[in-house]
Write a protein that binds this ligand. Structure first.
Ligand SMILES: C[S@@+](CC[C@H](N)C(=O)[O-])C[C@H]1O[C@@H](n2cnc3c(N)ncnc32)[C@H](O)[C@@H]1O
Length: 282
């Protein structure tokens, strides 16, 4: 049965309900509208799901040759292929993610399962009306394979470090550039436009996570995306309060910058750039 067809049945359910709520769609009580009509994209966990290296360059408007010889952290790196591509281009790149505690074969199995589950949830939702799901899924498998070959290859153990925000296993000012994609903002609670019901990643967690990313950089931090994960993506509601706090620190300069990455959502498409005024210049 189509979901919309359930609505009249629900509404005929009780005399009290009919008396309390008029049967006009615009006036349905919010919780019924959520249960019956919502097809928005949500997940039951943070998935180990990663983008390609070229996706990363588009997201953060980067150019690998310009980063050659620099220290760059990707956190969370998950199974994305940025670290592999950057290393091959002569960048001193490090990836950090809690899942790196597991054995390489468990990590690969986890990556495959999470791509499968995530794609089911995405295809079922109405959040990505213009996305080519087959192409999107193929690029995630390509990224996972590239990541896994690099993780298990020469020097992989030093490049991929287990760790979790907001307490990273790096000394202060270790990196020229710190990139963070698809955890911050993305996995907040659905009420704030994120993907994770009962999310532990509330505003206080975001403050601590961004402070930690700033602690380990001597140059700058870039965060993507900055919007809700909804079909009509809006600026994520945590961005403004976080920006207000960051603006109070005279040593930092915070700007929104246009991103070239197409993640299949309409709305503003920008990354947040937080630079140390007297720090490394990229
Ligand atoms: C969707 S992936 C994003 C991977 C990559 N940044 C990208 O954009 O393709 C989210 C990652 O966050 C990791 N993660 C979960 N909790 C974390 C935490 N507290 N600190 C750092 N990473 C975390 C997960 O293991 C997962 O690999």
């Amino acid at each position: 049965m189509r979901k919309a067809a359930l609505v009249p049945i629900l509404w005929r359910g009780s005399r009290e309900a009919r008396a309390a709520y008029p049967p006009f769609p615009g006036e349905w009580p919010g919780q019924y509208r959520e249960i019956v009509l919502s097809k928005r994209f949500e997940l039951d966990r943070v998935v180990f799901f990663g983008r390609t290296g070229s996706d990363y360059l588009e997201m953060f408007d980067l150019d690998l040759p310009a980063l050659r010889g620099r220290d760059v952290l990707d956190c969370p790196a998950g199974p994305d292929a940025f670290v592999a591509d950057a290393t091959a281009a002569g960048v001193r790149a490090v990836g950090c993610d809690p899942v790196y505690e597991l054995q390489a074969d468990e990590i690969l199995a986890r990556g495959r399962k999470d791509i499968e589950d995530c794609m089911v949830a995405m295809r079922r939702s109405d959040t990505f009306p213009t996305l080519d799901f087959d192409e999107y899924e193929a690029s995630k498998i390509e990224a996972l394979d590239r990541f896994h070959a690099d993780f298990t290859g020469e020097g992989g153990a030093a490049r991929y470090r287990a760790g979790a925000l907001p307490a990273l296993p790096f000394a202060d000012a270790s990196f020229d550039l710190v990139l963070s994609a698809h955890l911050i903002f993305t996995y907040s609670d659905p009420a704030s436009g994120g993907l994770l019901p009962n999310s532990p990643f509330d505003l206080a967690w975001h403050r601590a996570a961004i402070a930690e990313l700033l602690r380990v950089t001597r140059g700058e931090v870039r965060l993507y995306p900055t919007t809700t994960v909804t079909a009509d993506a809006q600026l994520h509601p945590y961005v403004e309060p976080l920006m207000a706090s960051l603006h109070q620190d005279a040593g930092l300069e915070t700007t929104y910058e246009p991103s070239r990455f197409d993640q299949g959502l309409s709305g503003p498409n920008r990354y947040l750039r937080i630079r140390r005024r007297n720090g490394t210049i990229l």
